[in-house]
Design a protein around this ligand. Structure first.
Ligand code: ADP
Length: 408
């Protein structure tokens, strides 16, 4: 019987999961992974083994929220892995606020703190917390660990976290936090394995997926990032605009009479690639396949803003030794990587066409003064890594050092 950890990565309309064996040191070893899409309509569960072998592909009738999905999901996972015992669940939690620089074992005290952070990430935090509560009722024997997307950016200098607002606002939590931290932490650790010199250098990691951001890594630690107070800031994304003059919001609210809910919908669901392409698609693959001028413009804006913001982060780093592309677009789109890198020639970036076209791990030329790499990210592995570490702490800790017992 082997002990296993489930990593849960819950999004607004889908969830990703992966099951790992707890045995051994280093990275937890993957047993299976999958996702549930289309929660709001007809949830579809797909599951693959560690080698990619399909294990499950089933559609459940009728919409279900995350909490209603958990029982059939757990039973689907548990029936696929024989001789295994699920002992812990690690969760991606978008906001850890000011104080959470490390993943935390879930306790009643922690949940109370996370409830207080809901106003800082109204669309995501409650959604992340809800499955934790549901699981603590359904399966009280599981230890649960919350892994925060903000935590990795706890090393940003205070200057980088500041918004130029009156000081009282910062004291009330209105500051820059940064997100995609689990992805950047994974990249930082993988760089130690694939390019030790770069892991000690000045690197910009570009997480280009539906959500997109950049992180400036100095000696493996975050010193600047493009998302700030919320996950709306920075790069052009699938449906979010990225950096936006706040005067636009005043204009929409005051002159156009839009409600706050309409503005929220515009910013989170109707902008970015989707909006600029004229509602054609938020999916980069669809836009790249189109010959329509609006699709072209959406891609050009995505690339232009990405290159400009790489220039900005290179200034924060005081130079640049490496660029790492990751996530759906970063890992799989030679065209986008090439277009971004062409705009960075002034920084000494040159890429090898063949290596780039074949998605090779190293895509810069020998002559390039900046090493350019592709490193596939794995947020679920990072969640499992931290969850195992917290379990080990728990086992090592004398019982009286645990301030508040794990739930329930
Ligand atoms: P999420 O933020 O939802 O985790 P992903 O990291 O999976 O997103 O990235 C999704 C994006 O990656 C989509 O825009 C998709 O079109 C894009 N993508 C995936 N594969 C390719 C590809 N081969 N070429 C271009 N874009 C791709």
């Amino acid at each position: 019987m082997i002990d296993t950890i489930l990593a849960l990565n819950v999004g607004s309309s889908s969830l990703k999961f992966a099951l790992f064996s707890v045995a051994g040191d280093g990275w937890p070893s993957l047993l299976l992974r999958g996702g549930v899409e289309e929660l709001a309509t007809s949830p579809r569960l797909e599951m693959r083994g560690a080698d990619g072998t399909p294990l499950e592909d089933v559609v459940w009738e009728g919409s279900r929220d995350i909490d209603a999905i958990l029982p059939p999901l757990l039973s689907a996972i548990e029936t696929k892995v024989k001789d295994a015992r699920l002992v812990a669940v690690g969760h991606r939690v978008v906001h850890g606020g000011h104080d959470m620089s490390e993943p935390q074992l879930v306790t009643a005290d922690l949940l109370a703190v996370l409830d207080g952070l809901v106003p800082l990430a109204p669309l995501h935090e409650a959604q992340n917390i809800s499955p934790i509560r549901t699981l603590s009722r359904l399966r009280p024997e599981f230890a649960q660990v919350a892994c925060f997307d903000t935590a990795f950016h706890g090393t940003m200098p205070q200057l980088a976290t500041r918004l130029a607002l009156p000081r009282d606002y910062e004291a009330a939590g209105v500051r820059r936090y940064g997100f995609h931290g689990l992805s950047y932490e994974y990249i930082s650790r993988r760089l130690e394995e694939v390019s030790p010199p770069l892991s000690k250098g000045r690197v910009i990691a570009a997480h280009l997926g539906n959500g997109a951001s950049l992180c400036a890594l100095l000696n493996g630690r975050s010193i600047e990032t493009t998302m700030g107070f919320s996950a709306l800031d920075g790069l052009v994304m699938g449906t979010r605009p990225g950096t936006l003059d706040p005067g636009v919001l005043l204009h929409l609210l005051q002159q156009k009479g839009m409600t706050v809910a309409q503005v929220e919908d515009l910013l989170y669901r109707r902008s970015g690639l989707l909006g600029v392409s004229g509602n054609m698609a938020s999916d980069m693959r669809v836009l790249l396949a189109s010959t329509h001028a609006h699709a072209r413009e959406a891609i050009d804006l995505f690339v232009y803003r990405c290159a400009c913001q790489i220039g900005s982060l290179a200034t924060a780093l005081n130079g640049l030794d490496g660029i790492v592309f990751t996530a759906g677009i970063g890992e799989h789109s030679p065209v986008i990587r090439k277009s971004v890198c062409e705009r960075l020639q002034w920084l000494g970036v040159t890429i090898d066409e063949d290596a780039n076209s074949s998605n090779a791990p190293l895509i810069s030329t020998k002559a390039s003064s900046v090493e350019v790499r592709i490193v596939p990210t794995d947020e679920e592995a990072m969640i499992a890594y931290h969850t195992r570490a917290r379990l080990q702490d728990l086992q090592a800790a004398p019982s009286n050092t645990i301030k508040n017992a794990p739930l329930p």
